[in-house]
Design a binder for this molecule. Structure first.
Ligand SMILES: Nc1ncnc2c1ncn2[C@@H]1O[C@H](COP(=O)(O)OP(=O)(O)OP(=O)(O)O)[C@@H](O)[C@H]1O
Ligand SMILES: O=P(O)(O)OC[C@H]1O[C@H](OP(=O)(O)OP(=O)(O)O)[C@H](O)[C@@H]1O
Ligand SMILES: O=C(O)c1cccnc1
Length: 493
């Protein structure tokens, strides 16, 4: 199918209800009221102890391009939207402010990753895209980091393009996997777009096409100096590895014999035997690459079995976040301008305690113990609080309030950066290697108990006293409103 709209934009990459709400705000003259939304998730994925934030670069790209094109407006007209509203949309651009964590930052439940302060209509219309971007990219960066925690010093290569949920997911997922700790991707376009190292071996089809491993390895080596030969097409130990060794010996210095790849069978047994054969032949530096439905669980198990692996090629289970396909991040209104031009808190009540939002304009700090450089927890305050001006802070568990602690001798690091100012992008994206290094450096401030892959400790995300009191006041106000409503016989004025 050819693309029917030359000017197609991502602005309609939204849920219908956003446009319907936008129309109502506009018709009622509420659309320009200032609103504050926070984007956060409630539960860490994969049972992990932390998440790695990713997605900012694409958010900024989306914001820069945000406008309704001719064909977007024509389509909306076909859907029945009225001309006066469409005329308004024609000139609409994002003119608000966005504060965000940097990509590679550690993220925890309830901590806003992104804060949008904009006119109600603008903030509402970007919700779906922001969630779509952050939910996916943060999930994959986290899965990658989790895998890297298990792999440790060996190399992780992202091999998932063929199994990703279509093309966008392949490239943005490979990028997120890189931020989380994967050293390279097999996706060439990702390398071109983002400056990430690309790497690859060859497939069984090449051996099948040349009919023998000997012919295939020679053919590959004729055009490629760096060689990793895939040795499991017919019989790994009897034909594959010995043929790789033979070709490497025949070609000597003409190639860099990087090593071999195993893609089936018992990886623990085969890698140990292949290591022995390579070492006996004098190729002690040759690497063993493995692939085949790997994830952190299999890798951990293979390591426990003493598998001799130098590089892990990981596809399906990384790029699709196989064991948890969604992060569940949400975008919630926490404050809105009233008819008198004052900002007012808003709250969403739920019978599930974790789902009750924390109202008001807030700030997010990571509390670092000055003595040991480790994180004590994240600290959510009201916007006019400055924890760095305090000698001692009291941190409250947001749900189990009996859990609280006093912290002294700390530094409070503001996690949100001003990235869009009055519609203008003021943030320069770091390079991808810098983002990866940033993620690694962030993990160093976490105690090991939050980093283990099985049953990690829960990292503290606490509220300031003021934030807690404000939340309670808002809950009480809603309760009073519900009681008044009930006692009026359920009538709405
Ligand atoms: N020693 C091992 N211990 C635990 N899991 C292993 C071990 N060796 C391989 N695995 C994993 O077991 C699974 C084996 O899958 P499967 O049986 O489909 O592979 P295969 O039949 O050897 O290869 P393929 O079907 O791809 O040709 C893979 O996920 C692989 O990573
Ligand atoms: O297993 P993954 O983690 O997804 O890694 C990518 C897989 O892609 C290739 O296989 P291919 O597409 O040839 O399919 P295969 O599973 O039959 O080998 C490669 O040989 C890996 O096995
Ligand atoms: O380069 C490889 O070996 C590779 C790339 C993608 C998928 N499977 C293997």
């Amino acid at each position: 199918m050819t693309h029917p709209y030359a000017d197609d934009s991502l602005t309609l990459h939204t849920d219908l209800y956003q446009i319907n709400m936008a129309e109502a705000y506009w018709a009622d003259g509420m659309h320009e009221r200032k609103a504050v939304f926070e984007l956060f998730f409630r539960k860490l994925p994969f049972g992990n102890g932390y998440a790695i934030f990713a997605g900012l670069e694409r958010i900024l790209e989306f914001i820069r391009e945000f406008h309704f094109t001719e064909s977007d407006l024509a389509y909306l007209k076909d859907q029945g939207y009225r001309d006066d509203f469409l005329d308004y949309l024609k000139d609409l651009r994002f003119t608000g402010n966005i504060y965000s964590m940097q990509e590679g930052e550690l993220a925890f439940p309830q901590v806003p990753l992104v804060r949008v302060e904009a006119s109600l209509i603008e903030a509402q219309l970007i919700e779906t895209a922001l969630l779509n971007i952050v939910n996916f990219q943060t999930l994959i960066a986290t899965k990658s980091s989790r895998i890297k925690q298990v792999v440790k010093d060996e190399i992780v290569m992202e091999f998932g393009s063929r199994r990703a949920h279509e093309m966008d997911a392949a490239i943005w997922g490979a990028r997120a996997a890189y931020i989380g700790g994967a050293e390279a991707t097999s996706n060439v376009r990702t390398g071109k777009l983002f400056g990430i190292p690309i790497s690859g071996t060859h497939a069984h089809s090449m051996v099948q096409a040349y009919k023998s491993e000997y012919e295939a390895f020679h053919a590959y080596a004729k055009r490629h100096r760096k060689c990793v030969f895939l040795v499991d097409t017919y019989d790994t130990l009897n034909i594959g590895v010995p043929t790789a060794i033979q070709v490497a010996k025949e070609l000597g210095d003409k190639i860099d014999f990087i090593g071999i790849r195993l893609d089936s069978g018992d990886i623990a047994f085969l890698s140990k035997e292949a290591r022995r054969l390579l070492d006996e032949a004098g190729f002690t530096e040759a690497k063993i690459v493995v692939s085949n439905d790997l994830d952190e669980y299999t890798i951990l198990n293979l390591k426990a079995q003493g598998a001799k692996v130098d590089m892990w090629g990981i596809g399906t289970k990384l790029i699709t976040a196989y064991d948890q396909p969604a992060l569940g991040a949400v975008y919630k209104l926490v404050s809105i301008e009233n008819e008198h031009g004052e900002m007012e808190d808003t709250i969403k009540i739920s019978s599930t305690t974790e789902k009750v939002t924390t109202p008001g304009e807030k700030r997010i700090y990571r509390i670092i113990d000055k003595e040991n450089g480790k994180a004590e927890g994240d600290y959510i305050t009201m916007k006019d609080e400055d924890p760095n001006a305090e000698e001692r802070i009291k941190m409250f568990h947001p749900v189990h309030t009996f859990v609280s602690k006093f912290v002294t001798n700390f530094e409070a690091i503001d996690l949100q950066h001003h990235v869009v100012k009055d519609g203008e992008i003021i943030y320069e994206n770091p390079t991808l290697p810098d983002m990866q290094a940033f993620a690694k450096q962030n993990l160093e401030v976490l105690w090991d108990e939050y980093k283990r892959s099985l049953n990690p400790e829960e990292y503290p995300v606490d509220l300031s006293q003021k934030c807690w009191d404000n939340k309670m006041r808002n809950i009480q106000e809603v309760k009073d409103m519900v009681d008044a409503h009930k006692s009026s016989g359920g009538r709405v004025k």
